[in-house]
Design a protein around this ligand. Structure first.
Ligand code: LR7
Ligand code: MN
Length: 741
């Protein structure tokens, strides 16, 4: 006891004891910690792997995940084929995946320096394709491509200034859109955009971005967006068009080039020289690569419909999907051949695609048009989400997950990528301006519209934030499959091409969904001047008819604006039969969709959409009194705004209307008749910019023009049709208010 006491009393010994105890404690602690760290590490292994994926910009290490992915994409593509119809098909496996750093570095340099890339085979005497090829300018101008602003990738800075075209419009803050009952099971927290203002979301994002993954436990349910790209280290960096750079055709080949042009109305000859799995510049805004998405995103079926598509562009589209989509999210690619005439799109295509287990082909036995062809693809799709693409696209790095993420968060959202431009002339891949949305002007003409700086600032928008989109371009979007069918898919009565983008857009918005452009998802598309395929009926008539169907079903009273902007002739049923609409009208009622007025007020308030061109009193400048109605008869009296009997509308259909009665003429006398859109005698030209008689009310009378005139009389003034006289004040009329020209 005493020796022990002595021992403990010595301070040296006490210190020694404490030291030994601490060491033992520490060892035990570390063992426990190791176990838990291993657990966390396993869960986060995926994140680490992902972080290594960005080969294009950072390094060329190939991770195990990348290996698997490459196996499923590029490596399998080493298929060479030759097709009939005299079209030589270039072997896809032109490139070997290179691991040497020098090559990757070389590639990276080239991305930033377009002038360095000169395709070996065509370097001699390049021809300026812009000038070398004739193009139908008038057609090209009326098309959509002209609207997209292009930024050369090499010069482009993310988030470049906003460009305004069409009518520049200040975008007002949007009231929240009412939610669908559909959403109940979909209230998930967005990891990026939606939550970006909360500090916890920010922290989470930061944790995922830096490497201290063990120190900070992270929600296992999200990961950094996968930047998979099997073409990141292309096997032939000097190939024509590699990295999406502009390419040229040597002058000796310019005849061939011109001969091939009309096969696709783009540079088909050049496209054939370009590798089917070429690399393209990553045009996403910089912040996109760091965004996180949920682990359990829905899978998608990618549906590409085509009719007589050019071989090289069709295959390049497919390879871009295979090469840049996470395999676990890509359920299948469904190619719908809309009864093409080209022979290479039959057995040769089947044979070629047999090498890719995910690709399925449907050959339609009759021409259906792109709308019904898409529905045929959707009908056999097994993915949870449908992703529609045109058949001449190139999907960019990380294109898919940001689209699926939006649908995962809310399945009534329809997500569209930003559509970059693949030049029809030199096949270069060009980045377009951020902050653009799809809109329409009358008569349902699609266009792009840049968000105003003010709107971007006010909403504190980053370059990665989704953009609310009143209408989509049409060809490229992801939609939840169940939701697509819940909406009744497309109107199957729409033929061949056109108008379906309006239909799906109105339907989505008015029936509870939303359409967004996702700037972190980019897909290039070849914009061309003409459709390279036949329209079974007249192209113009087909599109007009489709639009009229859409207007009749969705525009309510605003359909007059559509007809009034150059489509009046469609109202004449004898000339145009737009088909049975009862199913579509029933569907709208069944879905309890909101009114078009609601859509205008809430989704697209910037659109000018006055229901009438002019309204109020109808004042005669000679008589200096106003038109009025008493007991169904027209007469004149002292102007008095408070009298409803003096109120008339001048409508988009050019009627002068009071309630259901319209000013008509019969053997020169003016009378009131029940309004009817078919009756052309009810049309009055007024304030027409083309007319030499802008103040007049001009009627078409048996092919001749006649003007509304009042003859002053001491008893009853006479209202009649007279030969037009530009100077007569008794033929000049004015409405109180004008709303449109
Ligand atoms: O009868 C047909 N059958 C088809 O399968 C007609 C066409 N198609 C295919 C065709 O091969 C192509 O793959 O359908 C696809 C679209 O046809 P395009 O490429 O001739 O159309 P586009 O790019 O000129 O037109 C746009 O508007 C169309 C209106 O119906 C469709 O919505 C297109 O998908 C759409 N394209 C885009 O949105 C891409 C970006 C253009 C913009 C802006
Ligand atoms: Mn297209």
């Amino acid at each position: 006891m005493i020796p022990c006491w002595r021992y403990l009393r010595s301070s040296k010994s006490v210190l020694g004891f404490v030291f030994v105890a601490s060491v033992i404690w520490l060892l035990l602690d570390m063992a426990v910690l190791r176990l838990s760290v291993r657990d966390v590490n396993t869960r986060l292994l995926k994140e680490r792997v992902i972080r290594r994926q960005d080969l294009t910009r950072r390094q060329d290490k190939v991770t195990p995940l990348m290996e698997t992915f490459l196996e499923e994409s590029v490596v399998k593509q080493e298929v060479s084929d030759k097709v009939s119809d005299g079209v030589d098909v270039q072997p896809v496996g032109l490139y070997r995946r290179r691991k040497d750093k020098a090559a990757v570095k070389d590639n990276q340099n080239r991305r930033g320096n377009p002038s360095k890339v000169k395709p070996d085979s065509v370097a001699k005497e390049p021809v300026d394709l812009q000038n070398g090829v004739e193009k139908n300018d008038s057609v090209a101008l009326s098309r959509r491509a002209v609207n997209a602003k292009i930024i050369e990738p090499a010069k482009a800075a993310p988030n470049t200034s906003v460009r305004v075209f069409n009518q520049p419009r200040a975008v007002k803050e949007q009231p929240p859109v009412q939610e669908l009952p559909l959403k109940e099971d979909n209230q998930k927290e967005p990891p990026n955009q939606g939550a970006r203002n909360t500090s916890s979301a920010k922290d989470e994002k930061l944790q995922l971005q830096n490497n201290s993954i063990v120190a900070h436990p992270v929600k296992a349910s999200v990961h950094q967006v996968l930047s998979l790209d099997a073409t990141a280290a292309p096997r032939d960096p000097d190939a024509v068009g590699q990295f999406g750079q502009p390419a040229t055709v040597p002058s000796e080949d310019s005849v061939k080039m011109k001969q091939r042009w009309n096969e696709g109305f783009f540079n088909v000859y050049l496209s054939e020289q370009i590798p089917l799995d070429r690399a393209i510049p990553d045009t996403r805004p910089e912040i996109c690569a760091g965004n996180v998405v949920h682990d359990e995103l829905p899978s998608t079926s990618v549906i590409l419909c085509f009719v007589d598509e050019v071989w090289s562009t069709l295959l390049r589209s497919v390879h871009s999907v295979l090469n840049r989509s996470p395999p676990h999210l890509l359920k299948e690619i469904i190619l719908v051949d809309d009864f093409s005439k080209k022979r290479y799109l039959k057995e040769n295509l089947d044979h070629y695609m047999a090498n890719f287990s995910k690709v399925r082909i449907i050959h339609l036995q009759e021409r259906q048009g792109l709308i019904r062809a898409r529905m045929a693809g959707a009908a056999v799709a097994t993915g949870e989400v449908l992703t529609f693409l045109d058949s001449h696209v190139e999907c960019n790095v990380g294109w898919l997950e940001p689209l699926l993420e939006r649908i995962y968060l809310d399945r009534s959202k329809v997500a569209c990528p930003v559509i970059d431009v693949i030049s029809d002339q030199d096949m270069s891949y060009k980045m377009v301006d951020n902050f653009q949305r799809g809109i329409f002007t009358w008569p349902l003409t699609f266009g792009w519209n840049a968000l105003s700086d003010e709107y971007v600032k006010k909403n504190n928008m980053t370059a990665a934030d989704p953009i609310r989109c009143p209408v989509m371009a049409g060809g490229l979007f992801s939609i939840d499959k169940k939701y697509f069918y819940q909406l009744g898919a497309y109107d199957p009565g729409l033929e061949v091409w056109g108008g379906e983008n309006m239909e799906i857009s109105f339907k989505v918005w008015m029936c509870g969904g939303q359409i967004e452009i996702i700037p972190c998802s980019r897909v290039g598309h070849i914009f061309r001047g003409q459709n390279p395929y036949q329209f079974p009926n007249d192209r113009r008539k087909t599109v007009e008819r489709n639009l009229a169907r859409v207007a009749e079903v969705w525009l309510d009273e605003y359909k007059e604006l559509f007809y009034g902007h150059g489509y009046r002739h469609l109202l004449d049923n004898i000339v145009s039969d737009i088909g049975d609409l009862s199913q579509q009208i029933q569907l709208r009622a069944k879905l309890k969709c909101k009114s078009f007025k609601w859509y205008l007020d809430n989704v697209y308030p910037e659109l000018e959409a006055p229901l009438v061109k002019a309204a109020g009193l109808v004042f005669n400048r000679g008589l200096r009194t106003c038109l009025s109605v008493h007991a169904g008869v027209l007469f004149f009296e002292t102007c008095d705004l408070s009298k409803q009997s003096q109120h008339f509308n001048y409508t988009w259909l050019k009627q002068i209307r009071q309630e259901d009665m319209c000013v008509d003429h019969n053997e020169g006398r003016l009378i009131l008749q029940p309004c009817s859109v078919e009756r052309t005698a009810l049309h009055w030209l007024h304030k027409s910019s083309k007319s030499k008689l802008p103040q007049h009310l001009v009627a078409e009378n048996g092919g001749k023009q006649a003007c509304m005139e009042v003859i002053k009389s001491s008893k009853v003034h006479i209202l009649h049709l007279a030969a037009c006289n530009v100077d007569s004040l008794f033929q000049q009329w004015e409405f109180t208010n004008y709303y449109a020209q």
